[in-house]
Ligand binder design. Structure first.
Ligand SMILES: [Mg+2]
Length: 380
């Protein structure tokens, strides 16, 4: 079997409420979809997401689409999708960086390879260890009362008992008080964690983390700018509360360096950030070999992107801090005909073939920015 075509679509999906991060507020989340087709018409689909154009990662959605079509597509046409590892290696030898674009193409090829074998994609990664995984929810309304109400609703519905607060925007001291009030309200019923999204300097981190640790907060995510490994190492050494590295963690060489320096003592995995499923699995191996616990992160992907991450995370034996794969719950609509299921505080890992999701082409067409795709498909 050979890969015959590759198409990329930029899709803007509305969210149920504004989602505040330090660098951007999401009201429409942009996702990038890829479809690779075999000569005999089998389709492999994948999704990656980034946040706020080019404000979170170096690659914007537009750059992901352009570089995939211009520089990666010629490398994969005519190749056998079963050799997806060899194809990813070939791409890495010809394209520098562009991790989200590489992750997108690799995942689409894996979906195609698994569908051709009629198996779930996780079987190509050693098989499933978990059939479900704990899933956190981000409280990001910005209002303490509303966030407490939302947390209590999630607990009552048995949907989430891990809450993350994005506290990089605004006054650090006020934000710390906001978090501590929420922790006080939920008590031992829930784990409360914070994500600073690189917004603090080391001095601010010292007094804020001290207060958060004393108030029973379980995890501090990326307090410092991504390049400040020495600062992260000092914070990880100073506090008992774990310091998680997210934006600072990208390619596997960087992961190795961070592990050696202990520039953070938990790793937030993300398939897009790492450059694909193979690289994510390698990052998990670096963490395992270094005694660093893992967390299954999200770039706020919709159902398909979430299924890709969930299937890969399901093959990793120890994900001590659970996952953040709540993306589909934040979207008003979906681009798949089936949904990701949540039950008893966990995300259920989608089953195959492929990543287990069926694309709703009408919806892709409806939300796609790509006029050519809309015109070409509407005449069918
Ligand atoms: Mg983060």
């Amino acid at each position: 079997m050979k890969i015959h075509s590759l198409d990329v679509h930029i899709v803007d999906l509305p969210t149920i409420r504004p989602h505040h991060l330090a660098m951007h507020t999401i009201v429409n989340q942009t996702i990038v979809l890829a479809c690779v087709k075999s000569e005999d018409g089998i389709e492999g689909w994948a999704e990656v997401a980034t946040i706020g154009g080019a404000s979170y990662a170096e690659e914007s959605p537009e750059a992901i689409k352009f570089n995939t079509e211009k520089y990666i597509k010629p490398l994969i046409i005519g190749k056998n999708p079963a050799n997806f590892g060899a194809i990813s290696y070939l791409i890495s030898q010809n394209v520098v960086g562009n991790y989200y674009a590489k992750a997108l193409v690799e995942a689409a090829i894996i979906d195609l390879a698994a569908k051709a074998l009629n198996i779930p994609s996780y079987e190509l990664f050693g098989g499933q260890v978990h059939t479900s995984l704990p899933v956190a929810w981000t409280l990001a309304s910005g209002d303490t009362g509303k966030d407490i109400e939302e947390a209590k609703e999630c607990l009552a519905a048995k949907r989430h008992n891990i809450f993350k607060l994005k506290i990089g925007m605004g006054d650090p001291k006020k934000n710390v008080q906001h978090v501590l009030k929420i922790k006080e309200a939920v008590g031992d019923q829930a784990s409360v964690r914070v994500d600073v999204n690189q917004a603090w300097d080391e001095v601010t981190s010292l007094y804020c983390i001290e207060a958060l640790e004393a108030g029973g907060i379980d995890l501090i995510e990326q307090p410092l700018i991504h390049w400040n490994h020495e600062g992260m190492a000092r914070l990880a050494d100073r506090f008992k509360v774990p310091i998680m590295v997210d934006e600072g963690l990208g390619h596997i060489q960087g992961a190795h360096h961070i592990a050696k320096q202990r520039a953070g003592n938990v790793f937030a995995l993300k398939v897009g950030k790492a450059g694909g499923l193979i690289a994510t699995k390698k990052t998990a191996a670096i963490a395992e070999a270094s005694g660093i616990p893992l967390y299954g992160g999200t770039m706020i992907e919709s159902s398909l992107g979430t299924a890709i991450c969930a299937q890969l995370y399901s093959t990793i034996p120890e994900i001590a801090f659970g996952t953040e794969l709540f993306g589909p719950l934040l979207f008003k609509d979906t681009i798949t005909t089936n949904a990701i299921e949540y039950e008893n505080f966990e995300i259920k890992i989608p089953q195959g073939p492929g990543f287990g999701m069926t694309i709703d082409k009408e919806k892709v067409r409806h939300y796609s920015r790509d006029a050519q795709y809309s015109t070409a498909t509407s005449h069918r």
